[in-house]
Design a protein around this ligand. Structure first.
Ligand code: G6P
Length: 614
């Protein structure tokens, strides 16, 4: 979703802003723009529909000088993606320019008031209303830009991360946030703005995370100044982030997605590092150790998330129920937050989020928190809004995930859930010691088995080339591999635009079986399971109807192999760990199909990496 970059310092701003926008491209967007203040006191805004490359081309031969500027990639909400709706937006007098990520919910009523005051609008956006309102309040009450932004935001309902610059004020950028992500980078005599750290880390590792309803003044030669909307000063410690430039570059891979698939052995190792002691076969998660009483007393765990993280959460339900005997409800965050859910004292809510910024998950967490639930978060991005809003939690440490289709975030989320469930189960006495040691021992070997699974890539590439004709795919799985079937289907539709549905295998006969004919590819995720024989029967039902079967099985499989058109064999492991292996061939399958079809794998149409609006 929308990306924000800003710079003020002694260097030329334009190249920094363009590079920053390129680093944020992974978030998904449809237009881009930049505002620069040159040393003649002119405020130039350039913006265009399409990629950052088009913006660069558009700016050729234009005046792009200036050591202060703001830039933006837009993911359309109000008004279609076109030049006029792209950000930055000018105020009426063109003396203020603003970029915005979020949604101003009461923009129509503010717009009506401004129209009555003689303001006119060039775009369909809620953002233009905000910049006009700032100008109106600034001139009406004769305020500085800093104060005018604060005063205006008091009337605003909705979510925002904004950056604002003013023609007559070449020494300062004002920025603010509520509900949408924004980071301030602090360099030597320079400041940066970013929707996340990726546009900043090349220049500085020192950052400040603003809280909701805080406004910051970044002024040349001065210290960062943060106020809340009541004009009170707020102190923030400067935090040093651990992110390397190589983490956010492709490192020779054609796509981030492929790089991230192959990174999974390393990201799982990072995820387990310092937590899993391979010699002692023990797991220590500090969040769990410190709050074990909460889990001991828990009547229920509620897991909430969106997209791929929700699929990881579904696996969490199987894990917590099997090993901890605690009932688990799992629900997509957008439904949970508006359902008036019953939350009792002693409930534990686990929000799961790669970005830690997904608007619905954030709101679901806030709702549960306000009703007394204990919040235990699972997040990847350190310092993200969800991570900061929890009572406790475990970071996945997957490293930055840039490809829109989530891969290593999923496997690390599942790994955290496994570590949590077995640790809690052991403490509660619902998981016996020998079983605990067996699972932990097997988890210690999992990265080697993941690397073995990588060897399947070329075979899966070959299989993928057979199925580019397909307009529909079905994915079936049972137990721990039912959520994997959902995830496989999601991956395929996200990046290849082929319609795909995931189903619990036995549910197939209640409808989807009607779709099966000799053209229909059906991916059956069926490693060695307790109910393997049941899956064999499901596969027979497909075979009888001539469906094309691609089976993911455990090495040495006999029964399903006989029936499948294509068989992909993964290493043997504990049933509860199989999702960590079975999902990898599905990631490869969707990647290669999309690549052969010539799709934009890392930035598929209409999708955003970090969904910061509801
Ligand atoms: C978007 C992304 C998905 C992701 C989902 C939830 O839809 O494209 O890959 O799974 O958001 O994101 P989160 O950051 O909360 O895990």
């Amino acid at each position: 979703m929308c990306g924000i970059v800003g710079y003020i310092g002694s260097k030329e701003a334009f190249p920094i802003l363009i590079k920053g926008l390129k680093r944020l491209e992974y978030r998904g967007y449809d237009s881009a723009g930049v505002a620069l203040l040159n040393n003649k006191g002119e405020l130039n805004v350039y913006k265009t529909k399409g990629k950052v490359k088009s913006l660069e081309a558009y700016c050729n031969h234009k005046d792009t000088t200036g050591t202060i500027g703001i830039a933006h990639t837009r993911w359309a909400t109000h008004g279609e993606p076109n030049d006029k709706n792209a950000h930055p937006h000018y105020s009426q007098s063109e003396s203020i320019a603003l970029i915005h990520n979020g949604i101003i919910e009461n923009y129509l009523s503010i717009k009506k008031l401004l129209i009555r005051e003689g303001y006119t609008f060039k775009s369909d956006t809620d953002t233009e209303v905000l910049v006009q309102a700032i100008e109106y309040i600034k001139s009406r009450y004769d305020l500085s830009l800093f104060d005018a932004v604060k005063r205006t935001l008091k009337f605003v309902i909705g979510a925002y991360a904004i950056g604002v610059i003013e023609k007559n004020n070449p020494n300062c950028i004002i920025a603010a946030r509520k509900g949408s992500p924004l980071i301030i980078g602090i360099g030597e005599g320079e400041f940066f703005l970013g929707s996340d750290a990726t546009p900043i880390i090349e220049y500085t590792s020192d950052v400040v995370y603003l809280n909701d309803e805080e406004v910051v003044k970044l002024e040349r030669g001065k210290k960062i100044e943060v106020n809340n909307l009541n004009d009170e000063a707020v102190h923030h410690d400067i935090i040093t982030i651990k992110l390397e430039l190589c983490d956010i570059e492709k490192a020779g891979y054609p796509h981030f997605m492929l790089k991230e698939i192959f990174e999974q052995s390393r990201s799982l190792a990072m995820c387990m590092n310092g937590r899993l002691n391979m010699e002692l076969k023990e797991i220590k998660l500090s969040g769990i150790i410190n709050h074990i009483d909460k889990f001991r007393d828990a009547k229920r765990i509620i897991i909430t998330a969106c997209g791929t993280s929700w699929h990881a959460g579904l696996i969490g339900k199987y894990l917590f129920e099997e090993f901890c005997r605690i009932p688990v409800d799992i629900e997509v965050a957008s439904e949970f937050r508006y359902r008036d859910p019953v939350i009792n004292k002693g409930d534990i809510l686990i929000p799961i989020s790669q970005s830690g910024e997904t608007a619905d998950t954030l709101a679901a967490m806030d709702l549960a928190k306000s009703q007394g639930a204990f919040i235990y978060g699972i997040c990847n991005v350190v310092g993200s809004s969800i991570a900061r809003g929890t009572d406790s939690g475990t970071y996945t440490h997957a490293g930055p995930e840039i490809g829109v289709a989530s891969t290593k975030a999923f496997t690390t989320q599942v790994t955290v859930l496994i570590m949590m469930a077995v640790s809690i189960g052991r403490e509660l006495g619902t998981l016996c010691e020998s079983r605990y040691k067996q699972i932990v021992g097997e988890l210690s070997n999992i990265t080697t088995k993941i690397e073995e699974t990588f060897m399947l890539a070329s075979e899966i590439e070959r299989i993928s080339s057979v199925f580019t004709y397909a307009r529909n795919f079905m994915y079936l799985g049972r137990g721990y591999n039912y959520p994997v079937a959902l995830e496989g289907a999601l991956k395929l539709k996200e990046i290849s635009y082929i319609h795909a549905e995931g189903y619990p295998a036995a549910e197939m006969k209640h409808g989807p079986i009607a779709l099966i004919d000799e053209e229909m590819p059906i991916v059956v995720v069926s490693p060695k399971l307790k109910i393997y024989d049941k899956v064999v029967s499901n596969v027979q039902e497909i075979k009888a109807r001539k469906g094309k079967i691609i089976a993911i099985v455990t090495k040495g499989d006999v029964d399903i192999k006989k029936m499948a058109d294509f068989c992909i064999e993964i290493p043997d492991t504990e049933e509860c760990l199989t999702p960590l292996l079975t999902v990898i061939p599905l990631q490869f399958l969707s990647y290669y199909i999309a690549r052969i079809k010539g799709r934009d794998v890392d930035q598929p149409r209409n999708l955003a990496k970090s969904v910061t609006v509801e």
